[in-house]
Design a protein around this ligand. Sequence first.
Ligand code: MG
Length: 343
Amino acid sequence: MIKLTYKPYDVQLKHVFRISRGARQNAPVVLTKLTYEGVDGYGEGSMPPLYGESLETAKAFYAKVDLSQFDNPFDTETILSYVNSVAPGNQAAKTAIDIALHDLIGKLLNIPVHSLFGLPTVSQHTSMTIGIDEPEVMAKRALEYKDFKYLKIKLGTDRDKEMIEAIRQVSSQPFFIDANQGWNNREEALDFIHWLNEQNTVFIEQPMLKEDKTGNAWLTERSPLPIIGDEGFQRLTDLKEVSDIYHGINIKLMKSTGLREGYKMAVTAKALGMKVMLGCMTETSCAIAAAAQLTALADWIDLDGNLDVTNDPYQGIPVQDGVLRLSSAPGIGLVNPDWDSIV
Ligand code: MG
């Protein structure tokens, strides 16, 4: 019998994190634990208010989930199809169960979760994100993050060029650019992308409104840089349509309902010739350690959501000079998680 327990937790950030559509300095998350024959697996769902879930919706969802009906945790497809069918939406709440289940079966088999998916133990550079702020503050952050190979810059304002110029005064690190749907004129966006291409930029994430499929597809056809869909891509079933709109997708476990569907997204996207990036929300080292298990399938990773957290209750994958180093520790690789002390 599988038993689910969960705790609400409030993740606090060192800096206010601002994007084109909102700002936050904390994020509610739900921490989960699945127990089977005395072994515990840990998971997490992150629910920044912008995305429609909350501790209340998670609580209401878990009240309907009955995992005690399952006596074989290895039936992941069956269990997770059931969880998905309990109610629509609730992606982050579902993710928290999916991660805990994979952590649990990794521990039961004494192998890391990436091995469950047939993936190698790899190390990869993550980008470090700089939120929207005064240009000189963004430049100051770039200096703080000089050990990272890539900087991810949040744009989508009327001062975008000024911000990039300020950062380029102090840094030559390649940029991942994320407009978070903030650009609304396709011709201007294309001109700006050409300019960004000369500023050592790797790709552009979600340039225009997710609803503006024609505008995003128009840019994808003409852009010298890969265009990646994030807000415009949610679930695996969206992939067919999205493959005509973007060069690639940003897979986040909090959208995909977890590792199982995240893995399917990555392999399907690759089969369609698309680029794959792994992203995250503001979250603890638990969800980051989980996402990192899929690193071998990604062209780029942006798994920095725990690095600015001041009250991280977990220790997961170590980051050294901006490199996430997967270990062969069983499950998602949390180091001595102490569930009872988390309040
Ligand atoms: Mg994004």
